[in-house]
Design a protein around this ligand. Structure first.
Ligand code: FES
Ligand code: FES
Length: 191
């Protein structure tokens, strides 16, 4: 079967009920999209299908035929995605980094749909789990992209970062964030 990922058609040999995540990672070697829970709960496997967030661990590959799939590797080809990654770097969002490609994909989809989401909209939409607890930094980065209108709806971005978290992200997240910004997924995985 043929599927389009990141603007390129790929001929793949897989059963129709194979999870899209398996095809992305194992058949095509695009390892920026992560396996977390495998049951549509954590969001680590998030990709865009025709611009809508999908949990690729539970999406059969045959549902992706004829549709445009975007993974973290191509997120910066999108103008909003590029700004999201820049904000992620500025706010030093990642800690271990494992959930962050899914978070960036989900934030990009949100900001393309709603240019200046309220905190309630962010909380309702960004359901990706982060075991490191980077939620405040994620919200600050989303506010950064959304601009002043979002900032008016809540606290100033820097005020959302408890000092300990800011220091922790600074210490451990730089390598991952920069690797993500470059689209260098192998470096992000190593960091
Ligand atoms: S791995 Fe798909 S939602 Fe957790
Ligand atoms: S799981 Fe989210 S940064 Fe570690």
């Amino acid at each position: 079967m043929k599927i389009e990922i990141n603007g390129t058609d790929h001929e793949i040999d897989a059963e129709g009920d194979t999870p899209l995540l398996w095809v992305i990672r194992d058949n095509l070697g695009l390892t920026g999209t992560k396996y977390g829970c495998g049951i549509a709960q954590c969001g680590a496997c998030s990709v865009l299908i025709d611009g809508v967030v999908a949990r690729s661990c539970v999406t059969p590959v045959d549902q992706a035929i004829g549709r445009k799939i975007t993974t973290i590797e191509a997120i910066e080809a999108d103008a909003v995605g590029q700004r999201v990654v820049a904000a992620w770097v500025k706010h030093q969002v990642p800690q271990c980094g494992y959930c962050q490609s899914g978070q960036v994909v989900a934030a990009t989809a949100l900001l393309k749909e709603v240019a200046a989401p309220t905190d309630d909209q962010v909380d309702a939409t960004m359901t990706n789990l982060c075991r490191c607890g980077t939620y405040n930094a994620i919200r600050a980065a989303i506010r950064e992209v959304a601009g002043p209108r979002a900032a008016e709806a809540g606290a100033a971005p820097d005020a959302m970062l408890p000092t300990g978290m800011a220091i922790a992200t600074l210490a451990t997240g730089v390598g991952v964030a920069i690797a993500l910004a470059r689209g260098d997924v192998e470096e992000a995985e190593k960091a």
